[in-house]
Design a protein around this ligand. Structure first.
Ligand code: APR
Ligand code: PHB
Length: 388
């Protein structure tokens, strides 16, 4: 098979890129290791910045999000037994975010792709990238015991953190920056009305707590747990009790509990790979960078990469200009590092970092300082809605 862009991975990065290319008539194929049901069974992020909602519209996959997505203009911070609302809409001149699950966004993008003429190959095993540092790269994979070869001009590595694309960049060129945190998030998804209309970030002496949602009838809650914690040791009842214990009384009293649709523990990690391009290979999304979820940036960074990479391909194929592709890695990394900084900072501000009471006092003082200052609130707001 021959194509222009071979996309590895059918997550948000690969699907968004694929749809923009397809709409521009640029040949592409998506090669994905898993099957569709497995991908749609994963519960992931849920807060979309404007860059992501705009892109979904541009891709022609925004119909359901327009109907079901919840537009938010602010969120709440709980600390020192009080609540402070960050009115990010007012603080950023009218910007909002949309609460809509990554799982739903992925489904919508898969549906529009299926209605079009470009292919996705699911359950592609042993995917390998070849001749990446040349103008004639190709990808091989095994399906139903048969090895297939896809010749292409470019490869887009959208295969997530554990994918095969990133390690294709030689060790002496690839530099990886990483910070692992000694805690994770235990999350629950349940069909119960959210405790608040807006997202709530809470700072408690025993650890971070987050109240989010997927709709007016579906809630997503998280509590910080030590990294060694096992999900099997958490009954649903234990989770609900811990959630309520970490929330201020007036909020805890409003929590509606119900059976879990999903419960899991996710580790927290910061990671960046430089460069994001090598020869004909371009990395996008989690294959190039990971952020802890505290700033709700992971999905939005993936969307930003897909948009920027599409612009490069558009310039190349429709205007015979490679400059934009050449600048891809540097321009993405400038944006990525700013989001890495915000995600790391939000994480260190809200989580229990150690047993030293000094650390907590400093966090409380920082939260008091930030929320007592217009400049402080603006800095949180403008990062949360996404920097330009
Ligand atoms: N070959 C083919 N496909 C692969 C391979 C491989 N060797 N390895 C992984 N994949 C697929 C995965 O099965 C997955 O469907 O690549 C896809 C990567 O998708 P995501 O992990 O969702 O990554 P991305 O598209 O970059 O989206 C980033 O996901 O983890 C969240 O917070 C993150 O919201 C952000 C978003
Ligand atoms: C979520 O809804 O899953 C969510 C919301 C905000 C975050 C992280 C996750 O910062």
């Amino acid at each position: 098979m021959k194509t222009k862009v071979a996309i590895i991975g059918s997550g948000p990065a690969g699907l968004l890129l694929g749809q923009l290319l397809s709409n521009a008539g640029i040949d592409n194929v998506i090669i994905e290791a898993q099957d569709k049901d497995y991908i749609l069974g994963r519960i992931r992020a849920g807060v979309l910045e404007q860059v992501t909602t705009d892109l979904l519209r541009e891709a022609g996959a925004a119909e359901r999000m327009e109907k079901e997505g919840l537009v938010h203009e602010g969120f709440n911070l709980y600390f020192n037994n009080r609540c402070e609302r960050i009115d990010f809409c007012k603080l950023t001149g009218g910007k909002t975010v949309t609460v809509y699950g990554q799982t739903e966004l992925t489904k919508d993008l898969m549906d529009v792709r299926e209605a079009g003429s470009y292919q996705t190959i699911y359950q592609a095993k042993d995917v390998e990238l070849h001749n990446v540092n040349s103008a004639t790269p190709y990808v091989t994979y095994v399906k139903d015991g048969v090895t297939h070869r896809v010749e292409c001009d470019f490869i887009a590595g959208c295969d997530g953190f554990h994918g095969v694309s990133r390690p294709t960049i030689p060790d002496d060129i690839r530099k990886e920056y990483e910070n692992a945190y000694p805690f994770g998030w235990l999350g629950i998804l349940a069909d119960v009305p959210p405790v608040d209309e807006e997202v709530v970030y809470g700072h408690h002496e025993d650890g971070f707590v987050l109240c989010s949602m997927r709709s007016k009838t579906r809630s997503r809650y998280y509590v910080q747990v030590p990294l060694e914690e096992k999900v099997e040791d958490w009954s649903e009842e234990r989770f609900w009790n811990e959630l309520k214990r970490r929330l201020p009384d007036e909020l805890a009293a409003k929590v509606v509990t119900g059976p879990a649709l999903e419960m899991s523990i996710a580790p927290l990690r910061s990671f960046v790979c430089e460069p994001m391009q090598y020869g004909s290979l371009f990395l996008a999304g989690d294959s190039a960078h990971i952020v802890p979820p505290t700033g709700a940036k992971g999905l939005n960074l993936a969307a930003g990469d897909a948009k920027r990479l599409f612009e490069g391909f558009e310039q190349f194929y429709l205007h015979d200009n490679r400059e934009s592709l050449n600048a891809y890695s540097k321009e993405c990394l400038d944006r990525v590092w700013k989001a890495e900084r915000f995600s790391w900072w939000m994480t260190t501000l809200f989580h229990k970092l150690n047993d030293n009471p000094f650390s907590r006092k400093i966090q409380q003082a920082e939260l008091e300082y930030l929320t007592g200052s217009e400049a402080g609130k603006t800095t949180i707001a403008e990062n949360f809605v996404g920097l330009d």
